[in-house]
Design a protein around this ligand. Structure first.
Ligand SMILES: Cc1ncc(COP(=O)(O)O)c(C=O)c1O
Length: 426
């Protein structure tokens, strides 16, 4: 670890939670430099929905490199990009009756968000955008302005420009209709909120703590956008690509967003991000929004291969099946430890155990799980949620093995704290 401590910036984060030097990865397993095997319930924060080094993807990449397929091409036309666009159109858009143009942005999620916000402002000629409490959209200046958690922001960045934050579904408790609240603000010229160009939202907040918006809430939000001529941007960077059980997370609510941001698993594990937009919104002049790494042809090759999982419904059925296993097992864990008053939230193959009733306990669970060779991260404003984000391709036995490690970690921690308490009393 010495070289990392000596040379790498203090900003490094995950290495502190998972202090091992990883070397090899296959499917849902990671191996460190000493060949210790870990189960991965983190999946690159949603980038590895198809697993590490998915054999079909790796084979396609090796074959492409061996025939000297072009790797970097800016936004020139390439066979790899042509194949991706055709596959995406045939397998994803056409089958869902969606009509979008595709813009390749810089290769990370925040690039797609920046692009969406910029385009929305350009088209609507309004500078304001609205986002939601606990939302996470990235950490460059425009996306930071619509990210909720103040851990990432500092007033000195001036990053709050032209963005308002309003309550997400459930934020004010189950009895408050936050859409009615927002409608009042939009309708009232004296509310202090400018009519926005766009509203950006995650249908399930990932980093924000696995908060699942209801179907009704999402539909009302879409209707509100139509009513006030506001563009609806769904940020599907973490929850898209099958995570919630359908390719897009908004399919369960039947939404037709004006724009959709996709990244993480769209590149089959390689850096790639895209913005989908209704064709009328595509008002860019050629080259007006550019960037050197928009044409990651290796990612196009990987992405095209990964989209093969969506040729029929088998993959989505598998996600729903394994999601049920997760729900059942996690419900069992919640019931087993009533003293923790854990709240379970989730959908598809993304679940969270909110342990906020006992501050710091979620971090202890993650650390204890890691000691037992499971990589699992935290989410939520106070890192209060243990977040289950396995690869969608995970084998059922490995999934169950990982869930059992979390169960045992909670049991061990509680037993140890009980022992410590008895020791103090004695
Ligand atoms: C919903 C959402 N939007 C945007 C981002 C930012 O993506 P990136 O970290 O690739 O910039 C993330 C990252 O976690 C995300 O979850």
């Amino acid at each position: 670890m010495r070289i990392f401590e000596q040379l790498e910036s203090e900003v490094r984060g995950y290495v502190r939670a998972f202090p091992a030097v990883f070397d090899v990865a296959r499917g849902s397993h990671l191996y460190d430099e000493h060949d210790n095997r870990y189960i991965d319930f983190f999946a690159g924060a949603g980038t590895l929905n198809y697993g590490h080094n998915n054999p079909a993807i790796s084979q396609a990449l090796i074959a492409y490199l061996q025939r000297d397929g072009i790797v970097h091409a800016l936004d020139k036309a390439t066979v790899a990009k042509k194949n991706f666009l055709q596959k995406f159109q045939d397998t994803i858009l056409a089958r869902r009756n969606l009509n979008y143009k595709v813009q390749f942005t810089g290769p990370t999620g925040t690039n797609a968000v920046e692009t969406a916000l910029k385009l929305a402002r350009m088209v609507k000629k309004r500078s304001n955008v609205i986002a939601f409490t606990n939302g996470y959209h990235g950490l460059t200046m425009g996306s930071l302005a619509v990210t909720g958690n103040d851990f990432y922001r500092d007033e000195s960045y001036g990053a709050r420009n032209n963005a308002d934050s309003v309550p997400y579904d459930g934020y004010l408790g189950p009895d408050t209709d936050t859409i009615a609240y927002l409608r009042k603000f939009l309708a009232d010229g004296s509310s202090g909120i400018d009519l926005p160009a766009a509203i950006i939202v995650e249908t399930v907040q990932g980093e924000g703590g696995i908060n699942v918006a209801s179907i009704e809430w999402l539909q009302q939000l879409e209707a509100l956008c139509r009513e006030f001529d506001i563009l609806l941007i769904i940020d599907d960077i973490q929850m898209g690509n099958g995570r919630t059980g359908t390719f897009f997370s908004f399919e369960r609510a039947g939404l037709k967003p004006d724009m959709v941001t996709l990244s993480k698993s769209i590149g089959g594990g390689l850096p790639m991000a895209i913005l989908l937009m209704r064709p009328e919104l595509d008002q860019w002049r050629p080259g007006e929004h550019t960037g050197t790494f928009r044409g990651n042809n290796l990612a196009f090759v990987a992405a095209t291969e990964a989209l093969g999982y969506w040729d029929n419904d088998d993959f989505a059925t598998g996600v729903q099946y394994k999601g049920e296993i997760m729900r059942e097992e996690l419900e069992r864990i919640v019931a087993k430890y009533p003293q923790l008053a854990i709240e379970l939230r989730g959908i598809g193959m993304v679940w969270g155990l909110d342990m906020g009733q006992r501050p710091g306990f979620a971090a202890e669970v993650s650390a204890e799980a890691f000691a037992n060779k499971l990589v699992i991260e935290l989410a939520g404003a106070e890192d209060n949620v243990v977040k289950f984000l396995p690869a969608l391709t995970i084998e059922e036995e490995v999934l169950r093995e990982g869930l059992a490690i979390v169960d045992a970690a909670i049991g061990n921690l509680l037993a140890r704290s009980e022992e410590a308490r008895r020791g103090v009393v004695a």
